[in-house]
Design a protein around this ligand. Structure first.
Ligand SMILES: C[S@@+](CC[C@H](N)C(=O)[O-])C[C@H]1O[C@@H](n2cnc3c(N)ncnc32)[C@H](O)[C@@H]1O
Length: 192
């Protein structure tokens, strides 16, 4: 399956899963619009609903031994929830938009977890992911597919959880399910 077909498969799966919302593919298109930042954003900011955040972290079985990264961390809700509600050792948000980084840092202070989360203003394609035990993302299908080879090079057992989009035909998720009309995909990095 080529990239375009894979994209459409993901979009169709999403559309089917969230048919009650009746408009997620247009959300997908809107996510491609670029906001102002040093480098144009690859995806615009659309927050993951809290119920979906909780489900993603449950699915990844986040616990005290974990270092949880969110690639494109927005307002910081995923790393913050990982340490505050799941007891993760550390949360790391990678976010290109300086305004979101500021917002996330303020949210971490308000949540009382600023000592256990950090938000790096950085391009996710340049981030060092080697310390991650769990990676969360809400990006786009082609971006996920570009990241897949980097994920496969991480330590075996690293868990990856994605809101709405998979990584294409090259690496099918171990689990895909729908929560509150949102699709979640889950992978574990295999032994090489
Ligand atoms: C769809 S939002 C998801 C936000 C958050 N992960 C969540 O689930 O609520 C995507 C985020 O990625 C950020 N982003 C876009 N391109 C990026 C890049 N190249 N490097 C880092 N962050 C990026 C956007 O600013 C935005 O906050």
């Amino acid at each position: 399956m080529n990239t375009a077909r894979a994209w459409w498969s993901a979009a169709l799966l999403t559309a089917a899963a969230v048919s009650v919302t009746g408009g997620l593919p247009s959300v997908t298109a809107a996510m491609r619009q670029q906001a102002s930042a040093s480098k144009p954003l690859d995806v615009i900011y659309v927050p993951t609903p809290d119920t979906v955040v909780t489900s993603m972290l449950q699915t990844a079985k986040v616990g005290p031994g974990d270092i949880v990264f969110d690639l494109g961390s927005g307002d910081g809700r995923i790393p913050i929830a990982a340490v505050k509600n799941f007891g993760a050792a550390r949360g790391v948000g990678i976010e290109l938009d300086p305004q979101r980084v500021q917002e996330a840092r303020a949210n971490a202070v308000a949540a009382g977890v600023a000592d256990r989360v950090e938000f790096l203003q950085q391009d996710l394609f340049e981030a060092d992911l080697s310390s991650a035990t769990v990676i969360a993302m809400y990006l786009l299908p082609d971006i996920n597919a570009r990241l897949a080879p980097r994920f496969r090079a991480l330590r075996a057992g690293t868990r990856i959880v994605s809101h709405n989009y998979d990584m294409g035909p090259g690496w099918r998720p171990a689990r895909t399910y729908v929560v509150d009309n949102n699709v979640v995909h889950f992978w574990t990095v295999p032994r090489r």
